[in-house]
Ligand binder design. Structure first.
Ligand code: 5GP
Ligand code: MN
Length: 329
């Protein structure tokens, strides 16, 4: 179970929540299953406690997560009053996007609930558990520690976070306890099938088309596999937005690969970079060095430069990280 200081942080978080009537919950931009799952999971738990919760996500709810109860109540622009902000699954403040309005929320306490080892501890209270598989697991543990009921809608949402961030219980941090939590969430009304069938491997044919182009452009050199997706690559695929982290997971699974890198050009300008490691390189630290963050085997950053510049910078940093490894026996 949790370390004693985490239990103290749970109690402090519960005090902040008890004092709040209008909590505003915000997940990170370009949200994934854990961002939305933990956002809605905590939303339903706090609603059951009688709070007027506003769940917010700058980039809305991706189509394949709209089956989650309450997803239609997620706003992309915060309006109205809030007396507590809860950031979920976000390792830095910028990653909350424009929903977090600094000027408006300056005097409102900020509770930071996360599981990234690279979390910058930007909250007035930080509840960060890097050993947790998902932010959903942290929310579950918080609820358990306070004896808060988990309504069926919360169970489905939290199970979605747990299953997606572990890629279907396949990541190295999955333990017997992860499965136990999943069991409890299923007993509380969560459907495992709804997540494995509807979310994990589900993608549009346009995305399959884009994968085809991106994989054709992929290169491998000295254990680094990379591909870049310029805006023009999207044209023959009906302009589909690349938002599928499955591509980096697919590349890193190739035998010869130590680190996989996927660079994506966005319409608005910045370059999104996704890193995956086969295990030897700590890509959380690699991404942190480039202004991003993440987990030892899955991390990312956002770079404000051209695609060729980003590619050069990222590949140089990745080569350096590989060169710094102790040589294998
Ligand atoms: P993905 O490649 O699936 O988008 O992200 C993998 C991991 O890296 C996730 O834990 C995600 O939160 C983190 N990550 C991805 N992009 C960024 C970024 O721009 N900034 C930060 N801080 N973390 C990121
Ligand atoms: Mn997460």
């Amino acid at each position: 179970m949790e370390q004693p200081d985490l239990l103290t942080q749970f109690d402090q978080a519960a005090e902040l929540i008890a004092a709040s009537r209008w909590p505003l919950l915000i997940c990170h931009v370009a949200p994934d299953g854990d961002a939305i799952g933990s956002l809605l999971g905590l939303t339903w738990i706090l609603r059951a406690l009688g709070k007027n919760v506003t769940p917010a996500s700058q980039d809305g709810v991706p189509k394949n997560l709209r089956f989650l109860p309450g997803s239609q109540t997620v706003v992309s622009q915060a309006a109205g009053q809030a007396d507590l902000v809860i950031a979920i699954d976000s390792s830095d403040l910028e990653r909350l996007g424009t929903v977090y309005d600094q000027a408006l929320l300056n005097n409102v306490p900020l509770l930071n609930i996360d599981h990234h080892i690279t979390n910058l501890m930007f909250g007035s209270l930080n509840v960060v558990a890097p050993t947790a598989t998902s932010a959903a697991e942290v929310v579950y543990d918080l609820a358990q520690s306070q004896g808060w009921p988990i309504p069926p809608e919360a169970a489905q949402s939290l199970l979605t976070g747990l299953v997606t961030d572990t890629r279907g219980f396949r990541t190295s941090n999955v333990s017997a306890r992860t499965l136990e939590i999943a069991q409890r969430l299923m007993e509380a009304g969560g459907s495992l099938h709804a997540v494995t069938e509807g979310v994990l491997e589900q993608r549009s044919f346009d995305t399959v088309c884009l994968w085809g182009h991106a994989l054709a452009a992929a290169r491998l050199q000295d254990g680094i596999a990379w591909t870049a997706i310029p805006l023009t690559m999207r044209v023959p695929c009906n302009g589909v937005e690349q938002s599928d982290s499955g591509l980096a997971n697919f590349l890193v699974a190739a035998d010869e690969v130590e680190v996989a890198v996927v660079l994506v050009e966005r319409k608005e300008g910045p370059i999104d970079v996704g890193f995956r490691s086969a295990g030897r390189v700590d890509v959380a630290q690699l991404a942190l060095g480039l202004g991003g963050g993440g987990h030892p085997r899955a991390a990312g950053c956002t770079l404000n430069m051209s695609l060729p510049e980003a590619k050069a910078l990222v590949l140089r940093a990745t080569r350096e990280a590989l060169a710094a490894l102790p040589s294998q026996p």
